[in-house]
Design a protein. Structure first.
Length: 262
């Protein structure tokens, strides 16, 4: 029999909480650590759709990249979205664990996977952590590249049809920075490491303007796309570690952003 605490302990080794940002909320967030588990669902975010799927398919544990709860709550009621989701999961006996930014930064985490997926070599953290690994990644491209070719490489790896870029499509890129999700705060570190471009999920408009002014190329591939693939991989990692469990990545969650093409 596998219990919740065993899975959380493995997650803590795989994505050590010490790597999480100070503002984050990681670890076991909801549930009984001693509860038995035979079904686990991973997801990027707990939404009405993914929560309903977990309950419908009998999961006893959700491993969600984004924490729920994230911010401190004074009450859990049906008056808020977070409250409704938490009530439903608690009533169904579903525990919640989240590795979030620890998974972003881990040795086998999201940013490392993105860097390797784009073929970077000499990969290192943008902001090293005193106890190993760290925030973001950067590395060198083994072949001559342009901002457009980097963007197309990201589209192939992430299996997406569109990205946004900041900068000239033909600008040469030798060194690339990586930051999954909302990673605009890593721009200064990317420039400090002499990167010509950065792949990230999303950032603010004024960060795009700053990058343009500094002649730093950006490839914005979407928050969902730059993290969802890793949630699917994590399901495989958990299944290999705990063969007795049924583990799957949520089939019902979707990117909330849609493109309308003229």
């Amino acid at each position: 029999m596998v219990v919740v605490s065993e899975i959380v302990a493995f997650l803590d080794r795989f994505a050590p909480p010490r790597l999480a940002e100070s503002w984050d909320n990681v670890g076991l967030l909801v549930g009984d650590s001693g509860a038995a588990v035979d079904r686990v669902m991973t997801c990027l975010t707990i939404t009405p759709a993914s929560a309903a799927e977990a309950v419908r398919r009998g999961a006893q544990l959700i491993v969600s990249h984004h924490p729920l709860p994230f911010n401190a709550l004074k009450r859990i009621t049906d008056e808020t979205t977070a409250g409704r989701l938490l009530l439903r999961l608690i009533q169904a006996g579903v525990a919640v664990a989240s590795p979030h930014t620890a998974f972003d930064s881990a040795a086998e985490g999201i940013n490392q996977a993105l860097a390797e997926g784009l073929g970077l070599v000499e990969i290192a953290p943008l902001i090293p952590h005193p106890e190993g690994e760290g925030t973001g990644r950067f590395g060198s491209l083994p072949q001559p590249a342009t901002l457009e070719s980097v963007a197309r490489s990201a589209m192939r790896f992430l299996k997406i049809a569109t990205v946004q870029i900041v900068g000239r499509p033909t600008m040469p890129v030798h060194r690339l920075a990586i930051g999954c999700g909302a990673a605009g705060e890593l721009l200064a570190s990317a420039i400090e490491h002499r990167c010509e471009a950065m792949l990230l999920g999303e950032t603010r408009f004024h960060t795009c303007l700053e990058a343009e002014a500094r002649e730093m190329g950006l490839v914005l591939a979407g928050h969902y796309a730059t993290e969802r693939f890793a949630v699917e991989r994590l399901a495989g990692v958990l299944a290999a570690q705990f063969p007795a469990l049924e583990v799957w990545a949520s089939c019902d969650e979707q990117d909330p952003l849609r493109w309308i093409v003229a």
